[in-house]
Design a protein around this ligand. Structure first.
Ligand SMILES: [Zn+2]
Length: 65
């Protein structure tokens, strides 16, 4: 198994984003909408949560694998 990326992420923040909400490092991040009044990046989970909080009822799909 490869643990190199995990180890590296502590030092090389430039290539990583931290989720604004949960503070987790995320490789695939989402840019929050303007009306959410958030800065920085969001992880998929928090992005989905924000979407459902702000747009209840709407069916918005986030890429989930
Ligand atoms: Zn998050």
């Amino acid at each position: 198994m490869f643990f190199i990326s995990i180890k590296k992420s502590k030092d090389t923040l430039a290539s990583k984003q931290k989720c604004t909400i949960c503070n987790d490092e995320v490789e695939t991040y989402y840019v929050p909408m303007k009306e959410w009044k958030l800065e920085g990046a969001l992880c998929g989970d928090c992005y989905s949560k924000q979407l459902s909080d702000f747009y209840p009822g709407d069916h918005i799909r986030v890429n989930k694998e």
